[in-house]
Design a protein around this ligand. Structure first.
Ligand code: AMP
Length: 402
């Protein structure tokens, strides 16, 4: 079966088509500037050819129609007719407490996604638009929603409750949800397979998803028991432009000093903090590394804060699980930045965690980084959230047709 995977953002829409008979990617691409002047789409065929479509997209419906045009383009497309696409899998940011697993979309599911819009105000409406645009453009083709939060729903109450008045939880859904769930699920399952511990309820992994957004998860026996992002993706380790966890009293203090209102303050925490705020140079770890090499002390400081906070999370998650068998690095920074990986585990030798510098000289492919015979395996596993979405979509659609 051919499956279309859609990841809709507020003004963008990324897509991939999988041939699930071989789990290969046939093409991928993305629409940018949806609803903004000068929108365009880039389409890449698996054979390396590319085509850019400069076309006005006033909404996600226009974007989906342009995606269909590219998929059936005689020059660079991958199907003759859209009816060759058997199902569509959608990445949905927030599933609240309602969605503990991926699900076939129906009216009740759409209503459920709508109910938690207050928790994902930018993404959930875009995800719904993506689903509705596909429903209109390909009626009858099954749509599946795969939630970023679902994998973390196994966390125990002690891990997900904030110590706030209890009615904030019961009335306003305030609790830790966690994100990057498909990524943590994929790399923790791969780690269990690579370590020969599939199905072992005692296998304990700390997964470090380090990208532009970064999150950690403690996964025991294949189930998430804790994660670093919270009710929104702002909590946890500092990120590209997000502050991560800070003393909440800073908000009132800085707002008093600057005259910012709460929306401006939140915007600073999301868009102007993290690596960008600390370095004053960039949110991109490549730029920070270059800056550091050229003697820029603030670039060095930003990377230092990042690796230190990450190291504390790895150790605290080992404590949360009563031990650790494996640490996994993944995503843009985790897969490419050996210096971050090496320094993040520095000082954790007492827990059996270390990285062999020679083995660490690797990029973008599965690799064992820990020294031969180490008590804790440190692995680098490239993440593949789109494949998780395609696999879930295939499994649900196949089961529903039986
Ligand atoms: P992601 O959010 O997983 O796509 O990761 C994107 C981030 O990965 C970028 O903002 C960079 O900071 C980082 N990154 C990508 N490639 C490299 C690289 N070769 N070296 C260091 N960092 C990288």
């Amino acid at each position: 079966m051919k499956i279309l995977v859609i990841n809709a953002g507020s003004s963008s829409l990324k897509y991939q088509v999988f041939d699930m008979d071989h789990e290969t990617v046939l093409c991928k691409g993305g629409c940018e500037r949806i609803g903004i002047p000068d929108s365009f789409m880039t389409h890449k065929h698996a054979d390396g050819r590319k085509k850019e479509y400069k076309q006005d997209m006033k909404d996600h419906g226009d974007a989906i129609r342009l995606v269909f045009q590219a998929l059936t383009d005689p020059e660079i497309g991958v199907v003759k007719h859209m009816d060759e696409i058997g199902a569509v899998g959608h990445r949905v940011l927030h599933g609240g407490e309602k969605f503990t697993a991926s699900t076939i979309v129906n009216e009740a599911v759409k209503e459920g996604i709508r109910e938690v819009i207050p928790l994902g105000p930018l993404h959930n409406p875009a995800n719904l638009k993506g689903i509705e645009a596909c429903e209109q453009a390909m009626p009858g083709v099954p749509q599946v929603a795969v939630f970023d939060t679902a994998f973390h729903q196994t966390m125990p109450r002690r891990a997900y409750m904030y110590a706030l008045p209890y009615e904030y939880y019961t009335k306003y859904m305030v609790r830790r949800y966690g994100f990057h769930g498909s990524s943590h699920r994929y790399v923790s399952a791969e780690a269990a397979r690579l370590c020969g511990r599939e199905g072992d309820p005692e296998f304990k992994v700390v997964t470090c998803h380090l990208g532009n957004g970064s999150s950690f998860a403690a996964v025991k026996g294949g189930k998430c028991v804790d994660t670093s992002m919270g009710i929104t993706p702002l909590e946890g380790i500092p990120m590209g432009t997000r502050s991560g966890s800070i003393d909440p009293a800073i908000l009132e203090y800085v707002m008093d000093k600057t005259g910012m209102d709460i929306h401006e303050m939140t915007n600073v925490l999301n868009k102007k903090s993290g690596m960008l705020g600390l370095s004053g140079v960039s949110s991109d770890f490549r730029d920070l590394e270059k800056g550091m090499e050229e003697g820029d002390d603030r670039c060095a400081m930003a990377r230092g804060v990042f690796v230190y906070q990450g190291r504390k999370l790895i150790a605290s998650y080992a404590a949360a699980m009563g031990g650790v068998d494996c640490v996994v690095f993944t995503a843009g920074v985790g897969e490419n930045d050996g210096d971050v990986r090496q320094r993040m585990v520095e000082g954790l030798e007492f827990m059996g965690i270390s990285i062999d510098p020679e083995r660490n000289n690797v990029r973008g492919k599965v690799a064992e980084l820990s020294p031969e015979g180490a008590r804790v395996k440190v692995l680098m596993i490239p993440t593949n959230e789109e494949l998780v979405i395609a696999r879930d979509t295939l499994a649900l659609v196949t089961a529903s047709q039986k």
